[in-house]
Design a binder for this molecule. Structure first.
Ligand code: ACO
Length: 356
């Protein structure tokens, strides 16, 4: 018995912030952002909209796509690094909003690797017979991190510039990471399947905690007493801190290695792949993955230009788009791969049910 994807859904907030919009509130340019990352715009949630809201919308769409009633879901897995509040996590909020039963639900904290881990866990639950239908959703609202102050009013079209000099300086201080991220959610419904050799046919999940500091939010955690105070805020300890170059090196090394490892474990090669759904962190990282695997751009599609990095949501958003575009056909071999903060990474192989 295997597990197959029977429906997908996406929810992104309607508001779009372009690179030129960002250039109005910090020292940056469309040219810098596009040439270094491939990002042209990102979707931005309004205040009061949390990851649970986007996740719930994506789950509702995925259930509709799968023609599955909410009461037929057995387990809900939510992957996010930007929960609505410090505790509890968002899975209960999504369960409630979607009208799911009093089922098992939990949050995963594997950042950009979260969705990959969620798919693997769903597959294990389905194979073991513990569940017959599992929903996996990745959702992020990164906007809360962005230190834009009153400049949000400019981004939201409530007033024109110029930005206040203090806000401009803070946004410029954060530009190395702030321009990369966007908000959004994507979900998939997985169910058991009796087809021979179809569904998830292999996975490799890895962790190297010695790289946890490559991208992290160093402060506002419970090792510090009190867990949040003015000194930490003053020191920007609640901001993400990122070693971009080393992260880049790790991502372009670990993702292709995991793809090759999972292929070898299934007695397959890169030539057998129909599609690689890779984490969307940066177009240059995707170029590196293609180069390491020796494949054409078409095999490793990118949508980062439109969304930026939506962390746990990049895989399901891209999966949904590729399904909608008819890129996923019966018999195809699809590889999912991601690298995220922690560091957590890996790859999984999915054989689409049905004969070619
Ligand atoms: N606009 C203009 N200038 C900028 C910006 C910006 N948005 N950001 C940084 N700069 C400046 C820096 O201040 C620096 O200026 P200086 O030389 O005068 O000091 C210069 O550009 C170079 O900065 P670097 O940080 O060295 O830029 P780099 O060429 O390394 O590119 C980047 C940065 C794009 C983030 C790159 O390191 C990268 O792609 N890293 C991968 C990280 C990533 O994708 N993270 C996503 C989240 S993690 C994940 O998903 C796993």
């Amino acid at each position: 018995m295997g597990s197959v994807i029977i429906g997908t859904g996406v929810a992104v907030p309607p508001r779009i912030v372009t690179n030129d919009d960002l250039a109005a509130i910090m020292d940056t340019s469309d040219e810098w952002i596009r040439s270094r990352t491939g990002v042209r715009q990102r979707h931005i949630a309004d205040p009061g909209v949390g990851a649970s809201d986007l996740a719930a919308d994506a789950v509702v769409e995925a259930l509709r796509d799968a023609a599955v009633a909410p009461e037929d879901v057995d387990v809900l897995i939510t992957a996010t690094m930007t929960p609505d509040q410090f505790a509890p996590g968002i899975s209960g909020m999504v369960q409630d909003r979607c009208g799911l039963g009093h089922i098992a639900s939990f949050d995963l904290r594997q950042q950009c690797g979260g969705y990959l881990y969620g798919l693997d866990l769903a597959d294990a639950l389905l194979r073991s017979g513990k569940a017959r239908c599992v929903v996996v959703v990745g959702a992020e609202v990164h906007s809360g991190y962005m230190p834009y102050g009153a400049s949000w009013e400019i981004l939201r079209g409530q007033r024109s510039g110029p930005a206040d000099p203090v806000d401009h300086a803070a946004a410029t201080e954060a530009r190395g990471w702030a321009v990369l991220f966007g908000d959004g959610a994507g979900a998939a419904v997985l169910a058991t399947d009796d087809g021979p050799g179809t569904g998830f046919v292999g996975s490799v999940l890895r962790t190297d905690g010695s790289h946890a500091d490559l991208i992290e939010v160093p402060g506002v955690g419970f090792r510090h007493q009190p867990y949040v105070d003015a000194a930490q805020l003053e020191a920007r300890a609640h901001w993400p801190s990122m070693n971009g170059m080393e992260l880049f090196r790790q991502a372009v090394t670990c993702m292709p290695a995991a793809v090759r490892e999972v292929l070898a474990g299934a007695d397959l090669t890169v030539d057998d792949l129909s599609l690689v759904i890779a984490h969307q962190a940066n177009d240059r990282i995707l170029d590196g993955v293609r180069k390491q695997l020796g494949v054409d751009a078409d095999l490793v599609p990118s949508n980062i230009a439109r969304y930026g990095n939506t962390t746990a949501a990049t895989l399901p958003i891209l999966l949904h788009e590729q399904r909608a575009a008819g890129r996923i056909e019966p018999g195809d071999l699809v590889c999912f791969t991601a690298f995220g903060a922690g560091a957590h990474w890996g790859a999984s192989l999915y054989r689409v049910p049905g004969a070619r």
